[in-house]
Design a protein. Structure first.
Length: 498
């Protein structure tokens, strides 16, 4: 039955498209091809007119947009157009347009772009409208839009046809307007705090700066394989070596991993680095970015995300990873000092260890955190002092060489940021890279590679530096109460239909 319905819908669609093509052909025969129009002089948007009615009342305006509704009533009609920021109604009559133009208007379809010149007034129902004196067809829609209330609810189809989704679901457009404002606000905050925006390469000869499986491509001219960047880190720290004090980049990174409601193969990262600062300073700037952006964009630091009430006001909880595990389940890893003890405890508690390379005390601490702590962190919380085994680019804690000066930010049971006091000892960094290479040679496709040039940069000298990474898409999800990362990406990665 479903197949029959689909076939009928396809036949109906083909029939409707054929009618629209015939209308276009007739216009072309008459020398009125709308696709030959190159420019239209619009004076105002619907939003401007509606927000300032007293200023525009009885004044002539020229508006333009897509027809989204139309009501023909003999010698007079109404239509509604939607432009970049609003929709507005227009009254169109044969007396104002003349017989020929009015008959042409009646043939226009939902989805067509038109321009309207006329004066602004209110109807008897107090709706702000444009009384049309002239209507111009600007572009012909050859494919009908989905029916407003039933046509585009399937999320998969919405993501594939974002252009249609934006037309028929106005709230979607608002999400992406907010996204743009959020990113602009982040830039404003960073520039106010002395950071310089820079750009670094997307294509690299080495995959580094994070633990992730990269995308591989081939450069024909150089005849070498190259990697799409999985992080922004190493090149930005090279700039600190070169003499910049504070730099940041907001850009796409690429990880050849699974897809779910929080992960897309390409996503937007903010990374920033500041000379002479440490991970405590990074906590401060992180708190400022989140709380001030919420205040500036939403007008409040109190938000609701997927039914959870969250307060982003400054003063966030800060707790070590080991103490958070002890607080959650009573296990104190300060009393478990060897790899063997940690592995034994994991087996006793039913914690699955992915492979032999993860049978270290540091990896087990991380697994216990994932199991017992992460999902409980609803209010903004900084978890700091991470094991050295899972933090190859972070500086060791002066009072505990098994842990690093690293933190991650958790909100609503999810991770939103990652920061270090950056490792600037080239000898230590070289040894950690070697361990990553060994893990990679043992089959860990996510392990990092040796970056000889970065070691050379550290040998030139990197000052004490704090570094931070924030997933922009997750931050936008948080502030727009979006359940899936696909809801905040204009064009998420999708499996081809064929």
């Amino acid at each position: 039955m479903q197949d029959n319905n689909n076939q009928e819908q396809e036949l109906d669609m083909n029939h409707l498209m054929q009618i629209r093509r015939e209308k276009l052909e007739e216009l072309q025969k008459q020398g009125k091809d709308p696709f030959e129009i190159t420019k239209f002089n619009r004076t105002n948007t619907a939003g401007e007119i509606k927000a300032n009615y007293e200023k525009f009342e009885q004044k002539d305006v020229t508006v333009a947009g897509r027809i989204i509704a139309k009501r023909i009533m003999g010698k007079a009609s109404f239509c509604t157009i939607q432009d970049c920021d609003e929709k507005i109604q227009s009254y169109v009559s044969i007396n104002d347009l003349g017989e020929e133009s009015y008959q042409a208007f009646k043939t226009f379809d939902i989805g067509d772009f038109i321009g309207i010149t006329g004066f602004v007034f209110k109807t008897r129902t107090e709706e702000i409208s444009v009384h049309a004196k002239e209507v111009t067809l600007l572009s012909k829609s050859l494919r009908p839009l989905p029916e407003k209330f039933h046509g585009l609810k399937d999320p998969d189809l919405r993501y594939r046809q974002r252009y249609t989704d934006l037309i028929v679901n106005p709230e979607v457009k608002q999400t992406f307007i907010l996204r743009s404002k959020i990113i602009s606000n982040i830039r404003k905050i960073l520039e106010e705090n002395g950071y310089l925006e820079v750009e670094t390469p997307v294509l690299n000869t080495i995959s580094g700066g994070a633990t992730a499986k990269p995308f591989i491509t081939h450069h024909n001219s150089l005849n070498i394989d190259m990697y799409l960047r999985i992080a922004l880190e190493l090149n930005l720290k090279r700039l600190i070596v070169g003499g910049f004090d504070k730099v940041y980049e907001i850009g796409r990174v690429f990880r050849n991993e699974g897809m779910d409601i929080r992960h897309n193969p390409e996503f937007t990262m903010l990374e920033l680095y500041a000379a002479y600062e440490d991970f405590h300073d990074m906590m401060d700037i992180t708190e400022k970015i989140f709380s001030q952006t919420a205040k500036d964009i939403l007008g409040t630091t109190k938000i609701t995300y997927q039914g959870q009430e969250i307060d982003l006001a400054p003063g966030w909880k800060r707790i070590t990873m080991i103490d958070s595990i002890k607080e959650a389940c009573g296990i104190d890893f300060n009393e478990i000092l060897t790899d063997e003890e940690a592995v034994k405890l994991a087996k006793e508690k039913g914690i699955e260890i992915p492979d032999k390379t993860k049978e270290t005390r540091g990896d087990i601490i991380s697994l216990f955190f994932d199991e017992y702590v992460e999902k409980t962190l609803i209010q903004p919380t900084f978890i700091y002092e991470y094991p050295v085994e899972i933090s190859p680019l972070a500086k060791k804690c002066p009072n505990n060489k098994k842990m690093t000066e690293r933190f991650e930010l958790f909100i609503g049971g999810r991770e939103y940021g990652n920061a270090f006091s950056e490792l600037n000892d080239p000898i230590d960094q070289y040894e950690r890279f070697k361990k990553q290479v060994e893990a990679r040679e043992s089959g860990d496709e996510e392990a990092g590679m040796m970056d000889e040039d970065y070691i050379q940069a550290l040998e030139i000298g990197l000052p004490p530096t704090g570094g931070l990474g924030i997933g922009i898409d997750r931050f936008v999800m948080l502030l727009t109460d979006s359940a899936s990362i696909r809801d905040v990406l204009l064009f998420p990665t999708m499996k081809p239909l064929n």
